[in-house]
Write a protein that binds this ligand. Structure first.
Ligand code: SAM
Length: 229
């Protein structure tokens, strides 16, 4: 698929896919969206609600994409006494040349962690790699529209569901996929997505999650969060 790097309203880049007429992030602000949906309403929320300091957290992400969610989670995790195992799924990885053009490290930390950001892209697929002593990344090239074929030897505490929009990729928003994700969720798991569609909320409910509608980032009224209760 052809890719075009464009700048969103908060100054951060995203990728536009002409074939799908779809962006990897909100055009209102890629970093802003990722920080709101996945870091604030997901990662920080999950850690804040723990009664005891959480030492290990397993994250499952559907859609590695530009690596922005991984990068922001890695930087945020340094502020918490936590070890992260991050399993990210992607069927169509971007190239290293594309990753080099993305301005995330420049905007987030003045390029201090640019090599760390690029490492997220250059590390091999299908292999758990310690990016830092407290952050392990397992990237898998896998077609998640065939969820029954996905195997994991662990349960996940946090799920970032970041597929392309349901109108663009309906085969990534099915009851079968959400049932599979529920079966991979630990007893305290939290699921977040930028999507707020009623049909998605109902499928997640049917899978077993207790669902909440939350205020979205600028330009988006609501997002969804699910919890295992
Ligand atoms: C909204 S983007 C993900 C954005 C990403 N989380 C980030 O931080 O940049 C959706 C991603 O899902 C990937 N994708 C599309 N079809 C897929 C499939 N069948 N299985 C797994 N990933 C898929 C796309 O290649 C794209 O990278």
């Amino acid at each position: 698929m052809q890719h075009k790097i464009i700048t969103t309203v908060d100054g951060s880049h995203t990728i536009f896919v002409p074939e799908l007429n779809e962006h990897y992030h909100s055009t209102n602000g890629a970093i802003q969206e990722s920080n709101h949906v996945f870091i604030e309403k997901g990662f920080r929320y999950y850690l804040r609600k723990q009664k005891q300091p959480q030492q290990e957290i397993n994250i499952l992400e559907i859609g590695f994409g530009t690596g922005l969610n991984v990068f922001l989670t890695l930087l945020e995790s340094e502020k918490w006494p936590v070890n992260v195992f991050y399993n990210s799924i992607e069927l169509y990885p971007i190239t290293i040349e594309e990753a080099q053009k993305l301005n995330y490290s420049e905007l987030v930390d003045n390029q201090v962690n640019i090599s760390l950001f690029l490492e997220l892209h250059t590390t091999p697929w299908e292999k758990a790699v310690d990016i830092t002593p407290s952050f392990t990344l397992l990237k898998q090239k896998f077609d998640f529209s065939k969820p029954d074929e996905f195997k994991s030897d662990r349960l996940f505490n946090l799920i970032y569901f970041d597929a392309f929009a349901p109108e663009k990729q309906p085969d990534m928003w099915t009851q079968e996929i959400f049932n599979k994700i529920y079966s991979l969720s630990d007893k305290d798991a939290v699921f977040t997505t930028y999507c707020a569609k009623g049909v998605v909320r109902r499928m997640l409910q049917t899978a077993g999650f207790k669902m909440e509608r939350l205020p979205g980032p600028p330009g988006k009224r609501e997002i969804l969060r699910g919890s295992v209760v």
